[in-house]
Design a protein around this ligand. Sequence first.
Ligand code: NAD
Length: 256
Amino acid sequence: MNGVDGKTAVVTGAGSGIGRATARRLAEEGADVVVADVIEERGRETVESIAADGGNATFVEVDVSDTEAVERMVDVAVETYGGLDLAVNNAGILTGFAEVTDITEEQWDTLMDVNLKGAWACMRAELDVMEEEGSGVIVNVASEAGLVGMGGLASYSASKHGLVGLTKTVALEYAGRGVRVNAIAPGPTDTNIAENMRGGVDPSTLPFDTSTMSEVPMGRSADPEEMAGVVAFLCSADASFITGVTIPVDGGQAAD
Ligand code: NAD
């Protein structure tokens, strides 16, 4: 791929799933990768797997909803590798299925803090460096739930719709300053997100349709590597005229 080699990348939520696959892919393509995650053990596993394959990576523990920790994350990239070229804001959580009226204020705030405020905090810190350098690429990991409504996932869907809007707006703000900002909207992907889900009810008990695998026209879920490939493309110079878009990577769901 054209243009990732020798770049410095930060990937949040890189201890698992889409983030880990993306960190591994960018390192394979020759980028130095800052693996950021709230769970140290998982992040270090990602770093070890990259090193075992001959790539360069370093771990930083960060909770993306903590703005000071996010600033430190970006400092680590600059101090370790001399700058910041690529940022993949991927960390996200899914709270369990619930009717909108059953979501507690605490659940709402926790999810928004990670999925939406976290991405904003990351972009704010990343853009400071990228603007100074006069170049950079940001890829936010949204969701199919950021493009369409999904019964039982009101706060998640709202956070991802917000992230799509944030992506478009920041792309416009930086289009003349050398920084491209895009997002991907994954469909169902085989990761640990369901295991990490907190609370919620069995979706079949809800009095409305909830999203199911049967709604994926291609009839299967994705491997995290299928997301990583699209992120790597958006990071590369092959995507040099693409900014402000959210690419559905969803086996046809968005076309349905
Ligand atoms: P995952 O649970 O396998 O990985 C998420 C990683 O993020 C974990 O390592 C976790 O420790 C980390 N993380 C969680 N909260 C964090 C925080 N506050 N600060 C830093 N790191 C944190 O899940 P995944 O499926 O790989 O999810 C990655 C992204 O993809 C999320 O934004 C998710 O919403 C999005 N997504 C996933 C799917 C899917 O089907 N798996 C579909 C659409 C969108």
